[in-house]
Write a protein that binds this ligand. Structure first.
Ligand SMILES: [Zn+2]
Length: 414
């Protein structure tokens, strides 16, 4: 039995059903390191990406971010606050007696042979120090291209363009939409001993054997344009630029794509079509955009409905017209899915995530529209006519096939 379980069992009589609360009577100096370790262990078991230690006037709340959502893990009475923060500071090499200035530190933690880096950030607030810890797996597993969640014909389209000898493939979306996971899935389909593959990253997340990976470091003025200028002198076949943030990087990346290299990158835009406008805003010439870009993959991440406890239910009448119109299914015959929660999904009903995609090909017809200065609406209509599946349709398909709930589909589309 774990320490937290013991403490909670001891306190059961004092608490009314609040199995996540730890009261001041349970406080013991010697137990703090164990408590902190257990918070880390539980976070890793539950595949949390971050741990938040958030103080209020009377309490310290501990939240996990799991599959993008904040979930309350434990609630401590205030007496636990300082000792827990002090313990975290000790293991991440921070000053214990500094309470007025923000601090950043690092540590690591091992759980069942899995090693994670802890990126610790401490912020002074009106209720004392708030700590947020990002958990970064040291050697995260690459997701295979076919496991990202692309519909079969979308996957075929992407695979077709991966055979190009030059040009640019972009993954676009907001922060946390899985763009770099997609890029690495694509890059790992190449034989890295047969091609010279170089990446510029900030930070390096996945490690791929035989790929030359370089960390950008803006603190010493080593930025994406600097890195790119050097990489093209190193006889590359395939180049990955972690992110196009500015005009300089954009024009260098486009230039590389037009001089016989296959270039992968990401952009922070909301839709496939919107990416073209974004590049135009960065003062990239229309002709260069159409000549360089092969494919734009716009994406989001949706929480998957837990496959262990999900169940089918008839599609409510309110969605019938939408489904008929958008994806042409018979809502009388199909189903939606929901999950009541089980041990496997921490009683949330969700487990893991899946990508929602909208993939734009630079066809001759789209090229013509871009060069002619057509509106986004015109371009989108043409792309759809040529087979592009809009992201909202992808979401609805996935609700009907049982990958996600309709609520999640609507949430991500909003
Ligand atoms: Zn479940």
């Amino acid at each position: 039995m774990s320490l937290l379980d013991t403490l909670q069992q001891e306190s059961e009589e004092k608490l009314k059903g609040g199995d996540i609360k730890l009261t001041s009577e349970l406080y013991d100096d010697d137990k703090v390191p164990g408590l902190v370790d257990e918070i880390f262990t539980e976070a890793l078991k539950k595949h949390a990406s971050d741990i938040h230690f958030k103080p209020s006037e009377e309490k310290l709340m501990v939240y996990y971010r799991i599959d993008g959502q904040m979930i309350l893990h434990k609630e401590f009475e205030k007496i636990f606050h300082h000792p827990i923060v002090a313990r975290i500071k000790i293991i991440s090499g921070l000053k214990i007696d500094e309470h007025r200035l923000p601090q950043d530190g690092k540590s690591s933690f091992v759980y069942e042979k899995m090693e994670v880096d802890l990126r610790v950030s401490v912020l002074p607030t009106n209720f004392g120090e708030k700590v947020v810890i990002r958990l970064l797996e040291k050697n995260p597993k690459l997701v295979e291209l076919r496991d990202l969640g692309m519909l079969p014909n979308v996957l075929l389209k992407v695979e077709k363009y991966l055979k190009s000898n030059y040009g640019m493939i972009l993954a676009v979306g907001p922060t946390g939409s899985g763009k770099s996971t997609s890029l690495f899935s694509m890059i790992s389909t190449f034989d890295a001993t047969a091609f010279n593959i170089s990446t510029l990253e900030d930070p390096i997340e996945y490690r791929i054997p035989d790929v030359t990976q370089t960390q950008i470091n803006t603190e010493i003025d080593f930025d994406f344009p600097d890195g790119l200028r050097t990489i093209v002198r190193q006889d590359p076949d395939i180049i990955m630029v972690g992110e196009i943030r500015d005009q300089k990087t954009a024009s260098l990346a486009i230039e590389s794509a037009l001089t016989g290299h296959l270039v992968f990158s990401t952009l922070h835009t909301n839709s496939a079509i919107g990416t073209i406008q974004r590049l135009l805003n960065m003062k990239i010439d229309r002709f260069l955009i159409t000549a360089a870009i092969k494919l734009i993959i716009s994406q989001r991440l949706a929480r998957k409905v837990c496959s262990h406890c999900r169940e089918q239910y008839p599609i409510p009448k309110t969605y019938h017209d939408l489904l008929r119109k958008e994806i042409g299914v018979d809502p009388e015959k199909d189903f939606f899915y929901r999950a009541k929660g089980c041990e496997k999904c921490n009683n949330t009903g969700y487990r893991g995530r899946i990508g929602l995609f909208e993939v734009l090909e630079m066809t001759p017809e789209i090229e013509e529209l871009v060069v002619g200065g057509a509106s986004n609406k015109e371009m989108e209509a043409k792309a759809v006519e040529q087979g592009m599946i809009l992201m909202r349709k992808d979401a609805l398909y996935k609700a009907v096939t049982g990958d996600i709930t309709i609520e999640e589909a609507l949430r991500v589309m909003a």
